[in-house]
Design a protein around this ligand. Structure first.
Ligand SMILES: Cc1cc2nc3c(=O)[nH]c(=O)nc-3n(C[C@H](O)[C@H](O)[C@H](O)COP(=O)(O)OP(=O)(O)OC[C@H]3O[C@@H](n4cnc5c(N)ncnc54)[C@H](O)[C@@H]3O)c2cc1C
Length: 345
């Protein structure tokens, strides 16, 4: 049995975030068992420290060091809780790899997560920003989230309707000091109709020779598309899309489209529309921009990149300048998607 947790002092975090920013954590606790949380969090050493929960670090920008406790959930398990033949309830632990869960589900013949294949990170982070890709959001499959609630010092189980999910948002993201997600439950389907009408999925499947694809084939197509379109964090530091697509009143979106016919506009909730942040950034000339080691990907205008040794502050400076130029030219505010630690955007 591994120790239930280990603690490092002044721990380097460069290898623990995909932007590869050099930062340190005053304390870094790797926790192997959620049962260790109460005693760890209540111990005199950690009780009064600010807390940051860290998964794989693929949606975080360290603008400086973290003067507190960084806690890494490392418990990993997945199981079918119940199975009625047409669907199954699956429970996965916070430290389980997201893409590994997608593969595990497909191996059980369970669909619902295939459009979210190859998103980096851990299961525990998936509900934080309600991860989404290729026409699917994870909230569509989540039935419940189990979390340690620091305000009540107890484990709670929140039904999906209690999670406050929105576009790249949830109550967990809005109250980051309060929650440590310990496990997520999903309802996954057998024989579900795949979601294909988004960003070239159907065309990719056709090119692969699949007109009536299985969920596993959809996942394969999504992986091929993602590998072509997004820079690989193993090759160049990045956190995926750095900005959310801005949501504006539909009348404003129409005005903008009238003035800029190639601007991509998508329907959002009633009376509002989502604009392509990538289009807005590219129109301002940022795609491929580089200053020192900080820049914007030449492959995808939404992706902030670290070419080597950019600091968090340098990356943040580029991101702020991008947002300021978009606001100046189009009157639209861009909001960052990742968590920014140590600074306000
Ligand atoms: C190349 C690339 C592509 C990406 N593509 C997508 C995409 O298509 N769609 C998408 O939605 N995202 C995408 N992302 C963003 C990212 O992968 C997801 O947001 C992912 O869920 C983050 O997981 P993580 O374990 O790395 O979380 P981290 O980056 O470690 O943490 C992110 C946030 O979640 C919190 N957190 C993490 N774990 C827990 C927990 N157990 N309890 C409480 N809080 C927690 C952290 O405190 C932080 O606020 C991409 C990132 C990269 C690098």
């Amino acid at each position: 049995m591994p120790e239930s947790f280990t603690v490092l002092h002044d721990a380097p975090l460069a290898g623990a975030n995909t932007l590869r920013v050099a930062a340190t954590a005053q304390r870094l606790a790797t926790v192997n068992d959620p049962d260790a949380l109460p005693s760890l969090l209540e111990s005199s050493e950690f009780r009064d420290l600010p807390l940051l929960v860290l998964g794989e670090g693929s949606n975080i920008l360290f603008a400086g060091d973290f003067a507190g406790l960084v806690l890494r959930p490392a418990w990993r398990s997945v199981r079918i809780v119940e199975d009625d033949g047409s669907s199954a309830l699956v429970r996965a632990a916070a430290g389980y790899g997201w893409d590994a869960l997608v593969d595990w589900a497909l191996a059980q013949g369970l669909g619902g997560l295939e459009n979210l294949a190859l998103i980096p990170g851990h299961v525990g982070a998936a509900p934080i920003q309600n991860i989404g890709a290729y026409g699917v959001e994870v909230r569509e499959s989540i039935t419940a989230v189990e979390a340690w609630d620091r305000s009540q010092a107890r484990l709670v189980r929140l039904g999906a309707d209690e999670c406050g999910f929105g576009y790249r948002d949830s109550r967990f993201k809005r109250e980051p000091e309060r929650w440590i997600v310990t496990a997520v439950e999903f309802r996954l389907q057998r024989g579900r109709d795949p979601v294909l009408d988004y960003a070239g999925v159907r065309e990719e499947l056709a090119a692969m020779g699949h007109s009536n694809p299985t969920p596993a084939q959809v996942a394969q197509a999504v992986r091929r598309l993602r590998r072509r379109k997004l820079p690989d964090p193993a090759a160049i530091g990045n956190a995926g899309s750095f900005f959310k697509n801005p949501v504006v009143p539909s009348a404003r979106a129409e005005e903008l489209r009238a003035a800029n016919p190639s601007l991509a506009v998508y329907p959002a909730s009633a009376g509002s529309s989502k604009l392509s942040a990538a289009w807005l950034i590219e129109a301002c000339g940022w795609k491929g921009f580089r200053e020192g080691d900080a820049g914007i990907s030449a492959q995808h205008a939404l992706v902030l990149v670290n070419h080597g040794h950019a600091s968090g502050a340098q990356l943040l400076d580029v991101a702020r300048r991008v947002a300021a130029s978009v606001e100046q030219r189009f009157g639209v505010r861009l909001e960052p998607e990742p968590r920014i630690v140590g600074a306000v955007f």
